[in-house]
Design a protein around this ligand. Structure first.
Ligand code: SAM
Length: 274
């Protein structure tokens, strides 16, 4: 492993705003962010108060938004700057990428953003029912091969996972340069009859763009898919997602064409620098 990566891994172990595979966190995020803002340090995760949804509390519980597969965490940090009265958590498995966002937050003293190093598949371990208000997924790997469709972060298998901690009515936002991931997600929304709030095949071509959509990420800048258009979807996971329908989805997506000029480049292994 490179020296730079080792230095970043060592640094995040000392950061109060990075937790690696934390235990016993469901219900504690509001209290974690209160501690992050004012101390005491180091934060003792065991001593944090648990806030149960629907239980009245003395202090208002701040909305919590997740950025999944956050990489360097541009959305988590950018949204935290925009909404100082809300809390933001970036999740990613790669500590050296998280280091970037966490370092920026530390430098700018932004106390309403933090990062969890983990696999998204384990997310249910970290949140209680209805603890999360919104989810952003920005430029995730499109996992174009059919055999990898279940790894797409908008596959119903993942949506069932998010549903366990997302508040009813909470939105999922997807921003992607992959036309195929966009079509796939639209197919999922249609098949499961989920509420589509907004869709755009060219978000920067829209008038009056939502300032949240204008935050740019590292991968966005790489334009790996070469599509030159950024796709955006906001939807709600507001219906049951019967597993039986996954088989129908398989048949629908088998018909999707993967073109060489679009995201197939990713599948050929064009590797961005960290
Ligand atoms: C293409 S990058 C996008 C990063 C960032 N959102 C951006 O736009 O720059 C995909 C990220 O997803 C992370 N990732 C992929 N699968 C994951 C998983 N199952 N759990 C956690 N992170 C994952 C990778 O580590 C990587 O940082």
């Amino acid at each position: 492993m490179g020296q730079k990566k080792l230095i970043k891994f060592a640094a995040i172990k000392e950061y109060e705003n990075v937790l690696e595979y934390p235990q016993g966190m469901p219900g504690k995020w509001n209290s974690f962010f209160e501690n992050l803002a004012i101390g005491p340090y180091p934060i003792s995760l065991d001593d944090l108060a648990v806030v149960k949804s629907h239980t009245p509390t003395q202090t208002p519980v701040k909305p919590l938004t997740l950025e999944l597969a956050c990489g360097r965490g541009e959305y988590a940090v950018g949204l935290a700057r925009m909404f100082p009265d809300q809390n933001f958590l970036g999740l990613d498995v790669k500590g050296n990428r998280i280091w970037k966002g966490a370092s920026i937050a530390n430098k700018e003293v932004i106390k309403n953003v933090a990062f969890v190093r983990t696999q998204i598949e384990q997310a249910i371990q970290y949140f209680s029912k209805e603890e999360v208000n919104e989810i952003w997924i920005t430029f995730p790997d499109p996992q174009l091969r059919l055999s990898k469709a279940k790894k797409r972060l908008t596959h119903p298998q993942f949506l069932r996972l998010y549903q366990q901690f997302l508040k009813p009515g909470g939105s999922v936002h997807l921003k992607t340069d992959s036309p195929n991931l966009f079509e796939f997600t639209m197919a999922v929304i249609k098949l499961f009859d989920l509420t589509l709030v907004k869709q755009s095949e060219d978000i920067y071509g829209e008038q009056n763009i939502d300032p949240r959509c204008a935050i740019k990420t590292y991968y966005e800048g790489l334009n790996i898919a070469g599509s030159n258009r950024i796709h955006y979807i906001e939807f709600k996971i507001d219906k049951e997602l019967p597993k039986a329908k996954d088989e129908i989805l398989k048949e629908i997506i088998a018909a999707f064409e993967v073109t060489e000029t679009h995201d197939a480049k990713r599948e050929r292994g064009i590797k961005p620098i960290n």
